[in-house]
Design a protein around this ligand. Sequence first.
Ligand code: KG4
Ligand code: ZN
Length: 342
Amino acid sequence: MRILGIETSCDETGVAIYDSDKGLLAEALYSQVELHAEYGGVVPELASRDHIRKTLPLIEQVLQQAGLKRQQLEGIAYTTGPGLVGALMVGAMIGRSLAFSLGVPGIGIHHMEGHLLAPMLEDNPPEFPFVALLVSGGHTQLVGVDGIGAYRLLGESLDDAAGEAFDKVAKMLGLAYPGGPQVAKLAESGEADRFVFPRPMVKHPGLDFSFSGLKTFTLNTVQKHKNSDGSLSEQLRADIALAFQTAVVDTLVIKCRRALKQESMSRLVVAGGVSANHSLREKLNTTLAKVGATAFYARPEFCTDNGAMIAYAGCQRLMAGQSDSLSVNAYPRWPMDQLKPI
Ligand code: KG4
Ligand code: ZN
């Protein structure tokens, strides 16, 4: 089946065509980062308007790239939640209307299911069941995955998501939005062990996370070391970035190991924007190797938002005979365990 996927849940317009026999045929992404940069975060109304401008040209672009006509599409998948309601409505409206006009099935996809399944687009994809660590700007969750749509929430952040904490720390260090990759870059020149930050909730039993205390700890450290003119030396900024990143990475790794043990599983899928982080990947790979477990990731450009993951997830569901009615819906909040299994 040849499926067009549309992702517009936040600040990236992602479009792709996935073929169940041939794999990914084409993929295009437009990032609104520059549009939102001057505000230090995503402005929902600006995001919706930009998705309106970009989605149709990107669809034309991927059709051309794949050498296909619109009429050769056999289904349309579009993100319907969770995310910014206006932004979601743009992709859902375009996707649903296109499906109707072509007389093919259309289906709304859960954004985090898209992330979770993105590693399936790589060589050597993981087999079910596995534990998934979903770490994005809006979510930090550990999920027991028994199959597509068979998700059990094992633990989640009680406050900030890991990506959100990265973005807020970036602001404290005077880095531009989105901060995750910039904090990671700055941390490369940090001196290890100059600061040791707390690993939140690792002594608590269970699989929940909390990053707001670590964020406050980071802020206090920044304030304490500022010069009288409010500046912070380049080396200190790098040392703080490294201490923060190491604390987040250690916390995530400890909880992943705990989840694998609890579930008696040896496969871990790591997905969402923060899964692009090199330090997280390195630490997870070495830690899991010691216990005979393996981590699976998407290629870095498919860790953050993209259309390919939505086309893939949509293809699996449409092939299983699922599809949505003509009504256009968007769900800003949508627990993953409410999804239909295949
Ligand atoms: O999955 P994603 O693109 O969007 C959401 O669904 O939220 O994730 C974006 C988040 C942002 O908070 C960004 O700062 C973070 O992922 N991120 C990173 C890295 N790349 C992206 N965080 C740490 N290290 C990275 N290399
Ligand atoms: Zn995302």
